[in-house]
Design a protein around this ligand. Structure first.
Ligand code: ATP
Ligand code: MG
Length: 400
């Protein structure tokens, strides 16, 4: 059966009271953005407290559903047939045709559930249910009614036009991106941080990103991998402004001057400071990392606390209680895993100590950092002055 339109049912945004229109408008914007990458032309309409997507004659159904399944805020997508109101007899004929085409095997049970939003329709909803039930039973000898657990719930909505649908494809849930502010994601080339970015976007947060590289110790290909990962996340989050920070000189200075078992913590404290500076300048109100308790030495509670100590902004760690395997499952689901496991070096791994501290002493760390005074300020400023900002957008579907 060929559908030309879809009804979009939304989740939490349905209960947002007076601000509801803001959420609906954001959802409409995000649906338009997602469909831009799909072949075909679409109209996205907000009508009678519903959001509809109407496709012009030629479009790719699978791609359309795929794209809609990446728009946060959508609870379900109902492919529907929309007909003009040409009277009750015509509606009966259309309902029979719909059931015939959708369910070639008629050994099923069904129930009609109608809604008369336009009160001047000649039958009320009970009348419509009874009438359509009757004509469908008459048309197909094998079909049965089951009002409690039907195989097929045939929904009929009488509005200006009439909507007929029976399938609901689950959407991703969450909130439309753009309804919950902006945050700066520390994006490395690993498995975790793209998943953390995805999870923030799912709650409606616009994601910016920062990547620290250390040329020539890290290659252009390692950087490209991060750009590729950001691009994969944009399929869900919308465009990402990716800031690439040259971290080499800061890392070298720390390496030369500070005890090696403290390297990772001190380095991470500088990363957070720079990320926070960039976040403030670009209107983000929080930082986001892919950290998870105990994953590595720098992610013990004490290490996290030591890193966090330099931050005045909230730091969100959506994966904090996830096991690695759980993170991997999400990464596979969202399509970032394969890129994340490509073997390119990361700036953290190059300067890593053999035996990093797992219970850093904050006073000791601060004493070590004090030795950087007089040198680090200039390097810090230089790192900020030489940031390269890359606007990352999703490419049309098919390329992925
Ligand atoms: P990921 O956590 O993304 O899989 P990873 O495990 O190699 O990568 P960790 O060393 O665990 O990274 O770092 C923890 C977090 O710190 C990352 O999730 C990421 O948010 C941030 N981070 C680490 N390295 C970088 C980097 N080079 N640039 C930006 N952020 C980074
Ligand atoms: Mg990690």
């Amino acid at each position: 059966m060929k559908f030309q339109s879809f009804m979009i049912k939304y989740a939490e945004i349905g209960v947002k009271g007076k601000n509801r229109y803001l959420f609906e408008d954001a959802l409409v914007r995000q649906i338009r953005r997602a469909l831009k990458a799909v072949e075909g032309s679409f109209r996205v309409l907000k009508e009678d407290g519903r959001i509809y997507v109407a496709a012009d004659a030629d479009y790719d159904y699978e791609e359309t559903i795929d794209a809609l399944c990446r728009v946060f805020g959508i609870a379900s997508i109902c492919p529907m047939v929309q007909i003009d109101d040409l009277g009750v007899e015509d509606l009966c004929a259309q309902a029979v045709r719909y059931m015939d085409e959708m369910y070639p095997d008629k050994k099923i049970t069904f129930k009609v559930q109608s809604r008369r939003a336009r009160k001047n329709y000649p039958l009320d909803s009970n009348g419509i249910n009874a009438k359509l039930g009757e004509v469908i039973l008459n048309a197909f000898p094998d079909i049965r009614v089951d009002v409690h657990h039907p195989d097929v719930l045939l929904c009929v909505e009488i509005r200006q036009r009439i909507n007929i649908y029976s399938e609901a494809i689950p959407g991703p849930g969450g909130m439309p991106v753009g309804t919950n502010g902006k945050a700066m994601l520390l994006l490395s080339g690993g498995i975790d941080s793209p998943v953390a970015g995805y999870m923030m976007a799912k709650r409606g947060v616009v994601v910016d990103a920062v990547y620290f590289h250390a040329p020539p110790y890290t290659s252009d290909r390692a950087k490209q991998k991060v750009v590729d990962l950001a691009r994969l996340v944009t399929r869900y989050s919308g465009p990402i402004n990716l800031h690439v920070v040259n971290f080499t000189e800061i890392q070298m200075a720390i390496y030369e001057i500070c005890p090696h078992d403290e390297l990772t913590i001190i380095m991470r404290r500088y990363m957070m400071k720079i990320a926070q500076q960039l976040a403030g300048e670009s209107g983000s109100s929080a930082l986001v990392t892919g950290e998870s308790i105990g994953q590595v030495a720098s992610q013990t509670l004490k290490s996290l606390a030591a890193t966090n100590e330099v931050c005045t902004m909230p730091v969100f760690r959506p994966l904090i209680c996830f096991d690695k395997q759980e993170i991997v499952e999400v990464a596979k689901k969202i399509g970032t895993f394969e890129t994340s496991i490509l073997p390119y070096e990361d700036c953290c791994t190059i300067f890593v100590a053999k035996h990093p501290v797992t219970k850093p002493n904050l006073n000791a760390i601060k004493r070590s950092e004090a030795k950087l005074a007089g040198k680090i300020e200039e390097l810090y400023q230089k790192a900020l002055d030489t940031v390269e900002t890359i606007w990352v957008e999703a490419e049309p579907t098919g390329i992925f």
